[in-house]
Design a protein around this ligand. Structure first.
Ligand SMILES: O=C(O)CCC(=O)C(=O)O
Length: 294
């Protein structure tokens, strides 16, 4: 259970470091299975695109920079399914997602929305520009928490996570999603904020140990520097939300999520989840999270 101080810290600052959420043995199994997934399933690519790349990387690093990534590790290895759905994590998320009345009545219900691997390869591992995760999976309100599972100790040299303190209070900000490239053409890019306004230099670094969680609000502005070390920096993000918080667009929109605590309340006329597979061009189900035809 989180202390009153930890809950207050999250609401004030928009992030929280939770040490030793996983035991040494659990962490070792998660690491082993992560390494297997890196070899067997993950994509190795240039990572996020956009003009920010040349602002926060020198030309040589930018040309070599890579990100190893994949979504939904809990569909690929039991350790990850068990780890990300741990009762202690669900309880902590419930504490942070609860209204006063929910807190007085056993805590808010919690569902797990997704998980995503972010591995920075050694030496030129991809930095992340300043952004809010809302830009990637928009929700009606801010009852959504991202949790970074650390598989390696982090520090400045390997690109620890960094936040703009209290920035969740700004609400969702419009992100840059296209730019004019060197050929003068409009090019679509990964959503990010103006790096001159929201600067990595102005962030609070939150270094952590393998087995720790660092959590943050869907609207907290964050980013990270390049991994300059000889080792990979392995990290996995999992998203936890209040089931009443409707997704409006983006990653995994329309997909049912896993209930980790409590029950899914039924809104008036709300339909059951559909059972058919993806049916539209965006890969979304014919039913959104509330069972309404899209
Ligand atoms: O992996 C990192 O350093 C940054 C992760 C991040 O920005 C995210 O998961 O939204």
């Amino acid at each position: 259970m989180l202390s009153t101080e930890q809950i207050a810290f999250y609401h004030e600052h928009g992030y929280l470091h939770m040490p030793a959420v996983f035991t040494v043995d659990e962490t070792a199994q998660l690491q082993e299975d992560l390494d297997w997934m890196i070899k067997t399933w993950a994509n190795v690519g240039v990572g996020w695109t956009g003009p920010w790349r040349k602002q926060i990387m020198d030309l040589e690093t930018e040309a070599k920079s890579k990100l190893i990534a994949m979504h939904d590790l809990h569909f690929y290895a039991q350790s990850w399914m068990k780890g990300l759905t741990k009762a202690s994590i669900a309880e902590s998320m419930s504490q942070l997602l609860s209204s006063e009345s929910e807190a007085a009545n056993g805590g808010a219900p919690v569902e797990m929305h997704h998980s995503t691997m972010h591995v920075k390869p050694c030496q030129t591992g991809h930095p992340f520009p300043m952004h809010q995760d809302h830009a990637f999976y928009g929700h009606a309100d801010n009852r959504f928490i991202d949790a970074l599972v650390h598989l390696d100790d982090t520090e400045h040299a390997n690109g620890e996570i960094r936040f703009i303190d209290g920035s969740h209070k700004l609400g969702y900000l419009e992100h840059i999603t296209s730019f004019v490239n060197d050929a003068g053409e409009k090019e679509v890019c990964t959503p990010h904020l103006d790096q001159n306004v929201y600067r990595l230099e102005d962030t609070v670094a939150v270094p952590a140990k393998a087995g720790d969680l660092v959590i943050f609000n869907i609207n907290t502005i964050h980013g990270s520097y390049t991994n300059t070390t000889e080792n990979m920096r392995r990290l996995v993000r999992a998203g936890y939300r209040h089931p009443d918080n409707t997704q409006t667009f983006g990653q995994s929109c329309g997909r049912p999520s896993l209930m980790l605590k409590g029950r899914r309340a039924r809104a008036e006329d709300q339909l059951l989840f559909g059972i058919e597979g993806p049916t539209n061009a965006a890969g979304n189900s014919a039913h959104d999270a509330f069972g309404v035809k899209m």
